[in-house]
Design a protein around this ligand. Structure first.
Ligand code: ADP
Ligand code: MG
Length: 204
């Protein structure tokens, strides 16, 4: 995978704009089973990322991802900031400049493991890992951008009937059932946006 400067900038804008446009929806989801700050948290983080353009896109793909991750860790806050930020940072650390699909899968594995360690969490607990882990499986199995975006959306939907056993929603016990996990929705939006840009720009 090789992304030129214009594509890197397009990717960052797509990630940020999708989160910013869906901030109210993310807030509503977090109001149902959390404290209602998730939309604002993510919006603040991605506005800060946008503010680092155009210089951000001058960096190589790994350096750019690391920089996005650091900004998100600093600006998003809540439980999700360190987790989503860690994912971007570790992905950046593990990726070569022009990764093959196998290298991308290996890097995403490391990044997901870092999120698990940071959150002391696993898939199955109604968190953003319930999108990251199944999407990673589709990527590893050779799925194209469309399959990856579809899995991301469906995986977020599948968190609705789950019982939360990590994060703030877990305080609600069974009352967490019947609502989509906000962090899963965010991550599915990010993956959907990335897949859409990358579909036209590269073949992994
Ligand atoms: P807070 O819960 O501190 O208000 P946010 O509302 O920004 O933070 O983020 C909540 C989201 O973070 C949840 O929907 C969930 O996906 C994710 N999350 C929370 N705790 C964990 C954890 N331990 N591991 C993985 N993801 C988590
Ligand atoms: Mg919250």
């Amino acid at each position: 995978m090789s992304l030129d400067r214009a594509s890197r900038e397009e990717l960052v804008r797509a990630l940020a704009e999708t989160v910013i446009q869906h901030a109210d929806e993310l807030t509503d989801l977090d109001q149902a089973i959390g404290d209602g700050d998730h939309g604002l948290n993510m919006k603040r983080g991605f506005e800060a990322v946008l503010a680092t353009l155009p210089g951000l896109a001058d960096k190589s793909l790994p350096e750019m991802l690391k920089s996005i991750g650091m900004t998100l860790v600093m600006k998003v806050g809540g439980a999700s900031g360190p987790l989503v930020g860690t994912f971007f940072m570790e992905l950046g650390k593990a990726l070569p400049e022009q990764p093959t699909r196998a290298e991308f899968v290996a890097a995403a594995d490391l990044a997901i493991n870092a999120v698990k360690a940071r959150g002391r969490s696993e898939a199955g607990q109604k968190t953003l890992l319930d999108v990251l882990v199944p999407v990673q499986a589709v990527l590893a199995a050779g799925g194209d951008a469309r399959a990856i975006a579809m899995e991301a959306a469906q995986a977020a939907d599948r968190t609705t009937p789950m019982l939360a056993i990590r994060g703030r929603a877990s305080f609600l016990g069974e009352r967490s059932i019947g609502h989509m996990d906000p962090g899963s929705r965010s991550v599915s939006l990010l993956i959907g946006a990335a897949a859409k840009v990358l579909e036209f720009e590269v073949r992994l």
